[in-house]
Design a protein around this ligand. Structure first.
Ligand code: SF4
Length: 345
């Protein structure tokens, strides 16, 4: 049995041909799965019985199981999802006034080991399959009934949950292809998807020419010394090479901005001198900076800085002509905020 979510449309055409189904069946099946949210081939009423049986004998439609749900006072919902091998991941639903966002995970744990991150602190277990990445979105759509309830339409996806997506690029790229499937109401346009990476330079170099969604880079430091202290990946893929890739991105996509994520850590990267270095570092790169409030977690050694300090930091960036926003953490009370995700059973 094969997981049908693991295939792109083009791959499904080949698959269906191999089992004797005509090509147009692919469109019908895709419509049922990605537009109506069905989980069984028997529910596909415009397919005849033989076709339903043939599909059921060859494929299944995956959903992770919801193991636990935590609701924040701000409306954010964190899902602990149980995978078939009993491993768990976290996925977050973030409702806002004019949009609903899902933050998806791409690995069980993470090998990058950023010092401020709870996921990294707990180590790496394995990559998620494409169906496990896509299944996070589908199971949340089931839960909030975005198949029928227009107010709960999922408009945005951020690939910023557990894991480094570029260390699992093959499966992430299938998920990116399939997120857009379905009607205009159900499919999620690449303009509304953001892929966030800690900076796996060789993979970035390869995928930038074909990347359709938005790009966010976890920068978190104004120089290499500070970055290496909090993000060991900087010793592997140096800041200079990362910024060279960003310049190349600007050349290939002159209308797009790169988002640099900058978590403000008290006494580490938040001084006025650091702002000056950051401005110099990003000179000539078309970007915006997302300043992120740090959320401490048990066992972590860093603290966030005050709101005043964040505002001051932002003002200096804006004064220099850099577009900077402050991302207020959502779901802080349920450990669903940035850097807090982990796999608690
Ligand atoms: S911040 Fe992202 S890349 Fe770094 S350890 Fe956490 S999950 Fe991995």
């Amino acid at each position: 049995m094969k997981g049908i979510l693991n295939f792109t449309i083009e791959e499904l055409k080949v698959q269906f041909n191999d089992i004797g189904l005509v090509k147009f069946r692919v469109d019908q099946v895709i419509d049922w799965i990605y537009d109506k949210g069905v989980t069984s081939f028997n529910q596909m009423t415009n397919l005849n019985f033989q076709t339903q049986r043939l599909l059921s004998n060859n494929y299944y439609i995956y959903r992770p199981k919801i193991s636990k749900i935590n609701k924040s006072v701000d409306g954010t919902i964190k899902f602990l999802l149980l995978l078939d091998d009993n491993m768990t991941i976290e996925t977050v639903f973030i409702p806002e006034n004019h949009r609903n966002t899902i933050c998806v995970s791409t690995q069980v744990g993470c090998a990058v080991g950023c010092k401020f991150c709870n996921t990294g602190y707990n180590g790496f277990k394995r990559n998620l399959t494409a169906e496990e990445i896509i299944g996070q979105v589908l199971v949340i759509k089931d839960y909030v009934d975005s198949w029928c309830n227009v107010a709960n339409k999922i408009s945005n996806i951020v690939i910023m949950g557990m894991g480094e997506p570029l260390y699992n690029w093959h499966n992430v790229s299938i998920a990116l292809e399939n997120f857009k499937l379905g009607s205009e109401r159900q499919g999620i346009n690449h303009k509304h998807i953001t892929l966030s990476t800690s900076g796996v330079v060789p993979v970035l170099e390869k995928i930038i020419p074909i990347l359709k969604c938005n790009l966010a880079i976890s920068l978190h430091a104004p120089n290499s010394t500070v970055r290496s202290t909090i993000m060991p990946i900087n010793d592997l893929y140096h800041l200079d090479s990362l910024l060279a890739v960003c310049r190349n991105y600007n050349m290939l996509y002159p209308d797009k901005l790169i988002t640099f994520e900058y978590l403000l850590l008290n006494g580490v990267n938040d001084s006025p001198a650091m702002v000056k270095q950051l401005i110099k570092l990003l000179h000539g790169i078309k970007c915006k900076i997302n300043l992120i409030q740090f959320n401490s977690w048990a066992g972590g050694k860093y603290q966030g800085c005050s709101s005043e300090k964040m505002q001051d930091f932002r003002k200096l960036l804006i004064k220099s002509g850099i577009n900077a926003t402050i991302r207020h953490s959502r779901g802080k009370d349920i450990m669903a905020a940035c850097g807090q995700l982990q796999s608690h059973k």
